[in-house]
Write a protein that binds this ligand. Structure first.
Ligand SMILES: O=C1C[C@@](O)(C(=O)O)C[C@@H](O)[C@@H]1O
Length: 230
């Protein structure tokens, strides 16, 4: 059972707000996610933040989350593609995360224009409830058809039954397309450790404050991943 990647998820307004011991905090992680929607300021603020975080020595995943799927920022038309352009003129991130349904044009643009070697994650978030595996199946096929490298689903579950449905769907679909899945909310926290066993390629954890309900910290999750995966 191979260990899923551990992604440290960060939501900070600027580089000055970052913890001074960031390098140590992300050391157990394989990648660091910078939530670009949490940045307060223009593109130069985001670029400076990413440059600082890149200095912590882990590959970057950048996420310009839309307000429709839980993003913290109201983007102007064209702002996200301009920001990504400015960003990868300086730093080639390992991955970019764009919403499949909420930001279809940005996803197409990212697939067409992203730097060579940068993975494109097409994502879907439902913070209200479990959408059902039939819908996840539709979305995963669509992500694949649109040229994304991976489909990610972060969906709320109400109980262990829904968490099990998500895990079982992850197990079957991940055989034909790379996935990241997790259940959002207190009832789904176990999925953050467990879904890797069912084919989810990564799990997210915070270094200071959760960026989603039910998320564990890197300090909590890293030893559990070491304990349960080889
Ligand atoms: O989509 C995901 C997963 C997440 O929502 C979580 O549930 O841990 C955290 C987000 O920052 C990330 O982009």
């Amino acid at each position: 059972m191979s260990r899923p990647s551990l992604i440290a998820s960060l939501a900070y307004p600027n580089a000055a707000a970052l913890p001074s011991d960031g390098t140590a905090r992300v050391a157990p992680a394989d990648m660091v996610e910078v939530r670009l929607d949490a940045v307060e300021g223009e593109a130069d603020t985001a670029v400076a933040l990413c440059r600082e975080v890149a200095g912590w020595g882990r590959p970057l995943l950048v996420t310009p989350r839309s307000p429709g799927e839980g993003g913290m920022r109201q983007w102007q038309a064209g702002e996200r593609s301009a920001l990504l352009d400015a960003l990868w003129a300086e730093i080639a991130p390992a991955a970019v995360d764009v919403e499949l349904r909420d930001s279809p044009r940005l996803l197409e643009w990212t697939v067409a224009n992203g730097p060579a070697g940068t993975e494109v994650i097409a994502s879907f978030h439902d913070f209200e409830g479990f959408p059902g595996v039939g819908w996840l199946e539709v979305l995963a096929l669509e992500a694949q058809a649109k040229g994304a490298d991976r489909f990610k689903a972060a969906v709320r579950v109400a109980d262990p039954g829904e968490m099990a449905d998500l895990a079982c769907w992850t197990r079957s679909r991940s055989r034909s397309f790379p996935l990241i899945t997790m259940a959002v909310g207190a009832a789904g926290s176990l999925s953050r450790l467990m879904n890797g066993a069912f084919g989810s390629g990564a799990c997210y954890a915070h270094i200071e404050e959760a960026t989603a309900p039910g998320q564990l910290s890197v300090a909590e999750l890293a030893p559990l991943l070491e304990r349960f995966y080889v």
